[in-house]
Design a protein around this ligand. Structure first.
Ligand SMILES: C[S@@+](CC[C@H](N)C(=O)[O-])C[C@H]1O[C@@H](n2cnc3c(N)ncnc32)[C@H](O)[C@@H]1O
Length: 421
């Protein structure tokens, strides 16, 4: 059957329709291609087809720079013109909002970056049977890699050394993070404590690595286990953004794309329109980046579930000399009642939750609060749209997509909700 690719699904597969039925297309297809393929699976509501032949290539098809692209599941869209990727992400955010039925003003163009390669400051590699790499496209088989075309150059100094290490058998995952100075933190996720580094440490010292941790994880549902053991180097990485210095511990969240983060924060803080008399809640505050950038308010209270990130945030604020920023350790859903009931006169709220979005109890509390503006940052347009529909008494006056995850189908977006007067 011939199918025109009109969309991607959340896994990066092509999507099209044949006689009204949804079809997911596996293979290196691009938005705008017409492809021919064979049926792999047929269900009542959808088919899965494997593309065998491209009948008419998309006019936006380009050469993927990474040699692993066609096997590796790390990127979805390297073979689509970058400008078209940005349009696709804008449309995706627009459609998510449209589906919730609200009157949505036009979504702004996606804020992209000049050089969408070698941008990621944080990658997570898998290890299976001593092989280091990413999961393959649509599989959990590990595709071995020696470098990554979307990871920062400093990270690429470390990958080949670890890939050759004969102790990898005792490791499940490797997290690599680079800072603005090109220094790298390595975290080895293992089922048991690592006792022997089999000489890999001396080779790693010739790379950009400045910090090495092991983390014992018993439950792979979580990214990390509780205990981090430092095996070498500095405790935390230093970052700089928007004129501020931030320290981050291995378990702390930091946005993965430095250039896009500048775009994201600049836009989100501008939309918050911070005034001296404002009392702001910064929910899901991580290491306090947005709180620090909103320091000219009367007060900012951040809430974050990872206690190491809260410690980082407190130290980051203290180092910058801001005593009007406060950070609370705990889940937003467990702390928001007390925060709002304490009547601190909160008038503005920033939310930046993980992919699942806001819990119903958090939405209910925000509906009770009726802050004059809510700036909602999200890495999942579907849950962002769902939550916006549930927030009552607001109109959405700005929506700005930001290309945080270049070459993947994922998109980040900021929405400004203003209280209807
Ligand atoms: C997308 S990150 C945003 C962090 C921060 N705003 C930034 O830009 O760096 C989401 C943050 O929410 C935290 N988090 C996840 N679930 C949470 C919850 N239920 N309550 C509070 N924080 C949570 C994560 O640890 C992470 O730091």
């Amino acid at each position: 059957m011939d199918i025109k690719i009109t969309d991607y699904d959340h896994r990066g597969r092509g999507f099209g329709r044949v006689d009204g039925k949804s079809v997911f297309i596996e293979g290196p297809v691009v938005l705008g291609d017409t492809v021919r393929g064979h049926l792999r699976e047929s269900k009542k509501n959808f088919d899965v087809v494997v593309a065998d032949e491209i009948i008419t290539p998309s006019i936006h098809r380009v050469h993927a720079k990474c040699p692993y692209f066609y096997q590796c599941g790390g990127c979805d869209m390297q073979n689509l013109l970058y400008r078209r990727q940005l349009e696709f992400k804008r449309d995706k955010v627009q459609r998510a909002l449209y589906h919730i039925g609200g009157e949505v003003l036009s979504v702004r163009d996606t804020l992209g970056i000049k050089e969408p390669y070698f941008y990621r400051n944080h990658i997570q590699l898998k290890v299976r049977d001593g092989i280091l790499g990413y999961y393959g496209k649509g599989t959990k088989d590990v595709v071995p890699i020696r470098h990554c075309a979307i990871a920062e150059p400093a990270i690429n100094t470390v990958i080949p050394i670890l890939a050759r290490w004969n102790g990898l058998n005792s490791v499940e995952e490797v997290i690599l993070r680079a800072n603005y100075k090109g220094e790298v933190m390595v975290v080895l996720i293992t089922p048991n404590h690592i006792t022997k580094l089999n000489n890999v440490l001396s080779s790693l010292l010739d790379t950009a690595m400045v910090s090495l941790y092991s983390n014992v994880r018993k439950n792979s549902k979580f990214r990390y286990g509780k205990d981090f053991v430092k095996l070498y180097g500095v405790d935390r990485l230093e970052e700089q953004l928007g004129g501020h210095t931030f320290y981050l511990s291995p378990a702390s969240f930091f946005q993965v794309n430095r250039k896009s983060t500048e775009n994201l924060y600049k836009t989100a803080v501008a939309l918050m329109d911070v005034q001296q008399e404002d009392a702001i809640l910064d929910l899901y505050s991580g290491i306090g980046t947005l709180s620090l950038l909103m320091h000219n308010a009367k007060s900012v209270t951040g809430v974050e579930i990872v206690s190491a990130a809260v410690d980082d945030a407190r130290e980051n604020a203290a180092a910058a000399g801001y005593d009007n920023l406060h950070f609370i350790s705990g889940a937003v859903e467990d702390t928001i009642d007390a925060l709002i009931d304490r009547d601190q006169g909160v008038n503005k709220v920033m939310v930046d939750p993980p992919r699942g979005g806001l819990k119903a109890s958090v939405v209910a509390k925000l509906n009770e609060l009726q802050a004059e503006r809510i700036v909602y940052i999200s890495c999942n347009p579907a849950t962002q749209a769902r939550d916006i529909a549930l927030l009552k008494g607001y109109s959405v006056t700005e929506v700005v997509p930001v290309d945080m995850f270049c070459h993947s189908v994922h998109s980040e977006s900021i929405a400004l909700l203003e209280k209807i007067k």
